[in-house]
Design a protein around this ligand. Structure first.
Ligand code: DGL
Length: 272
């Protein structure tokens, strides 16, 4: 694997761009390929087995494009597939997502933490293991947030209907007196402003900066950091609607680009 090879990043949609933008900020020399599997969004309500097969095929697609590392910028895919991917591609470094229960449990004063995520994330062994290792007697109030991923995909970030939805998800979290909220889905940092307005004084944790630091550490350990003094190039791929994708890239991360369209055929990601 070469140092100048790109970092492959994927999510069910545009949520992983919250991780991509931190990687691009912290590691400006690195090239990236970002894959949004928008034809299959949302992943959250799907079975872990189905998410695992999507994740494996997308990983193959990114490795075929010579990626030196894969960032699973999706909590649902990390819960369903991270262990499997590491076993299936033992030579490839992977970085995945896990809900930030550890920093939340360390900093909460009320001893109550809200966790916003999708059903797949709460189902996986990864979440159970994070809770077992780090919750340390802290009470977790879990909310699955139906429909929120779709609102964010549609670019409806701080609109009255999204605020109303968030307000509803916050009811049990407020009632339990949580002072910290963990964003356990990579889409949710795009509504962090709205959440902070609706829950003043509550500490809302976006895990992306810590994940980007982990990407840096792993590349460093493996001697894979880009050594050239240059500005990284970024490519964006979707399995969904290209125009919509380009619009949301502009809106969310200020990227103007000709994105690439890929398709699914017999369980593989292909170009027509
Ligand atoms: N962004 C993804 C995550 O972090 C999931 C969204 C979805 O349900 O597709 O879990």
């Amino acid at each position: 694997m070469s140092n100048s090879a790109p970092i492959g990043i994927f999510d069910s949609g545009i949520g992983g761009l919250s991780v991509w933008r931190e990687i691009a900020r912290q590691l400006p020399r690195e090239d990236t390929i970002y894959f949004a599997d928008q034809i299959h969004i949302p992943y959250g309500p799907r079975s872990l087995q189905e998410i695992r097969s999507f994740s494996e095929a997308i990983t193959r697609f990114l490795l075929d494009r010579k990626c030196k590392m894969i960032v699973v910028a999706c909590n649902a895919a990390s819960a369903a597939a991270l262990q499997h991917l590491r076993a299936a591609f033992p030579e490839v470094p992977f970085v995945g997502m896990e809900p930030a229960v550890k920093p939340a449990a360390e900093t909460t004063r009320t001893g109550v933490v809200g966790v916003l995520a999708t059903p797949a994330t709460f189902q996986g062994e990864l979440f159970a293991s994070v809770v077992e290792r780090f919750a340390n007697g802290v009470q977790l109030v879990k909310e699955v947030c139906p429909g929120l991923v779709q609102q964010i995909e549609a670019g409806r970030l701080n609109t009255p209907d999204t605020r109303e939805m968030l307000d509803r998800f916050l009811i049990p979290i407020r009632a339990a007196n949580a002072d910290t909220i963990v964003l356990g889905c990579t889409h949710y940092p795009f509504v962090i402003e709205a959440l902070r307005q609706l829950a003043p004084g509550v500490n809302v944790i976006d895990p992306a900066p810590a994940v980007a630091r982990q990407v840096d550490r792993v590349l460093q350990e493996r001697g894979l950091l880009c050594a050239e003094d240059r500005i990284g190039r970024h490519r964006f791929v979707t399995s969904g609607d290209l125009d919509q994708y380009q619009q949301i890239l502009r809106l969310l991360v200020n990227v103007e680009t000709d994105a690439l369209q890929m398709y699914w055929e017999a369980g593989h990601v292909v170009k027509m």
